[in-house]
Design a protein. Structure first.
Ligand code: PMP
Length: 408
């Protein structure tokens, strides 16, 4: 993105134009949740002002309009990830719910004692805990891909580790290390062993082009709120043939065909997995966010972030006592940069940055096993998105020098 583009783009995000603690806000926490452009906020408001009505039920104008917009959003999301059909898009609340849906529905129906699920040690808790719960219910076992010194998956023993594995569930981009994992290669080798592949796309779908057919995976989970859309809406994409074999997750209205007092039959996918009134406005606004991202271009967004990342890695290396976790080059790496600063607690680092108007996150970032691997309780994380600028990296580095002086 050129300087001209980025100045115009930043104006689209009303929240960025404010002071925090007397300084212009530098928002470096998009890995947790992104900011929203004006058109997404307007889209939500327009729904409630002009055509708010429940979907799929009413035989009246407003309900038809809401249903049309809701289903059109499903189509936009399908095209965004190159799904074969919009019937493969299940609207859920977030990545966490998408993964729980697969664990409950596919997992309970298909796994037996002794079956194996292959994860990695860099997984977010939402791609770990549902599998632990499934393992406890079924007697299945969890296996873990290790990482190397650069924070990349170590795949040397992948084929051996795949023995007896029914499902590989892996993140495409680590929310702590920034590592981008070779999902297509893992999927190819997993399929050769008869395993299905679920990809946690929470940190990849917002930041790079993701094509489910090119990756040749089976499930993809992601959240709207990390890609310029509202909270409360997320997506499970699944191969249609697999989704059609899966039993319902939640029971209730909208997911049925015929209901008797003792038994019911279920709707086709995706309705089978969308019990109850969905997040209508949020889904429509997700469609708007997808349009927004596609008009800019996912290639350009990822190139912009890589440029910022390269600059940040270079500038951060100037800060004495600072250690970055994860790859130290921009190769196969996204813009989440977690670090520790010698002698300063990660939360104190974040507090000093906040006093300078810089928003970052400190803690375990829902990846406790990964932090245990490094034998640290917490890191501070700065993360970039399409609206960030090099000047914010400069401010981050200056504030880190200040933190060292204050605590050093
Ligand atoms: N996986 C990864 C890699 C994430 O970064 C996150 C969000 N921090 C999640 C899953 C969970 O997303 P959500 O809280 O929206 O369900």
């Amino acid at each position: 993105l050129s300087l001209f583009d980025i100045v115009a783009l930043r104006r689209e995000f009303p929240i960025l134009n404010q002071s925090v603690n007397g300084k212009t806000l530098a928002f470096l926490d998009s890995a947790a949740s992104s900011q929203k452009p004006r058109r997404v906020i307007d889209c939500l408001e327009e729904y409630y002002r002009r055509y708010n009505a429940n979907v799929h039920r009413g035989i009246y104008r407003l309900s038809e309009e809401a249903t049309f917009a809701f289903e059109r959003a499903r189509g936009k999301v399908a095209r965004f990830i190159n799904a074969r059909s919009q019937r493969e898009i299940v609207f859920v609340r977030n990545t966490t719910e998408a993964i729980n849906l697969v664990a409950r529905s596919w997992g309970d129906a298909n796994l037996r004692a002794g079956d194996r699920i292959l994860l990695s040690i860099m997984e977010h808790h939402s791609n770990l805990v549902p599998w632990q719960m499934l393992a406890q219910r079924t007697g299945a076992q969890l296996e873990f891909l290790p990482i190397d010194g650069e924070g990349r998956l170590a795949l040397d023993h992948l084929d051996a580790q795949l023995a007896g594995v029914r499902l590989v569930a892996i993140t495409q981009q680590s929310n702590v290390l920034g590592t981008i994992n070779p999902v297509a290669e893992i999927a190819r080798r997993a399929h050769a062993c008869g395993a299905l592949v679920l990809v946690d796309g929470a940190q990849s779908v917002p930041h790079m082009p993701v094509d489910v057919q090119a990756l040749d995976i089976d499930f993809l989970a992601f959240s709207g709120h990390k890609m310029c859309a509202p909270t409360g809406i997320g997506v499970l994409w699944g191969r249609r043939a697999i989704l059609e074999q899966m039993p319902p997750f939640l029971g209730g209205g909208s997911m049925i065909r015929v209901v008797g007092l003792h038994e019911s039959t279920y709707a086709d996918v995706p309705a089978r997995f969308e019990a109850g009134t969905p997040a209508i406005a949020e889904a429509i606004a997700l469609g708007e966010a997808v349009d927004f991202l596609q008009e800019i271009g996912m290639d350009r967004i990822s190139a912009h972030e890589r440029e910022l990342l390269g600059y940040a890695l270079e500038r951060l290396s100037e800060v004495e006592g600072l250690r970055v976790y994860g790859p130290t080059t921009t190769e196969m790496r996204g813009g989440a940069v977690s670090f520790t600063l010698d002698g300063v607690h990660p939360h104190d680092v974040a507090a000093v940055l906040d006093s300078e108007g810089i928003a970052v996150r400190a803690g375990h970032h829902c990846a406790q096993p990964l932090h245990a691997h490094y034998d640290i309780p917490a890191t501070t994380r700065a993360s970039f998105y399409l609206y960030n600028i090099p000047e914010e990296v400069d401010r981050l580095v200056a504030a880190l020098h200040k933190a060292r002086t204050l605590f050093g």
